[in-house]
Design a protein around this ligand. Structure first.
Ligand code: OFO
Length: 162
């Protein structure tokens, strides 16, 4: 049985994951306006992955007898200056999500909710992977600099994401 505090925090995280999905979809929509199909493809898959994260929270809350509560969502930003800036914004967002997952883990420990703590393990690991993968992409953007060939190479690389 979930404490009210944990139920509220899990619902907040569920909403944050769905917002991540919405934000990345908005990033994908911006990238569709550039010649870089691979970047848009990568971001669309990222949006899908965030929806799946949200659904993991949905399933867990229901499984342990809580009630899922969906909140209103703010409109995500819709314009950036170039693809590199999009990925930098994604990294900044992932840092925020990492922070909220860590706070959630802290709360689960404080409330002695070990089942929730165990459930959250997946997300602790997932955040490490997500941050690392976006950092790698940003490092490549930085190495490429102004090279058009380099940008098109990176675009092709990101199009390979399955
Ligand atoms: Fe759900 O990991 Fe990103 O936000």
């Amino acid at each position: 049985m979930l404490s009210q505090k944990i139920a509220d925090a899990l619902n907040k995280q569920l909403n944050d994951e769905l917002f991540s999905s919405y934000l990345y979809l908005s990033m994908a929509a911006y990238l569709e306006t550039t010649p870089f199909e691979g970047f848009a493809h990568w971001m669309k898959l990222q949006s899908k992955e965030e929806y799946e994260h949200g659904m993991k929270f949905y399933s867990y809350i229901s499984e342990v007898g809580g009630k899922v509560k969906l909140n209103a969502m703010e409109a995500p930003k819709s314009d950036w200056t170039d693809p590199q800036q999009v990925f930098e914004a994604a990294l900044e967002h992932e840092y925020k999500i990492t922070n909220s997952i860590n706070n959630l883990v802290g709360l689960a420990v404080e409330e002695k909710d070990y089942a929730t703590n165990l459930f959250l393990n997946y997300f602790v690991k997932e955040q490490v992977e997500e941050v690392a993968s976006v950092i790698k992409i940003i490092e490549k953007f930085k190495m490429i600099g102004e090279s058009k060939n380099g940008l098109f190479w990176l675009d092709k690389e990101l199009k390979k994401r399955a």
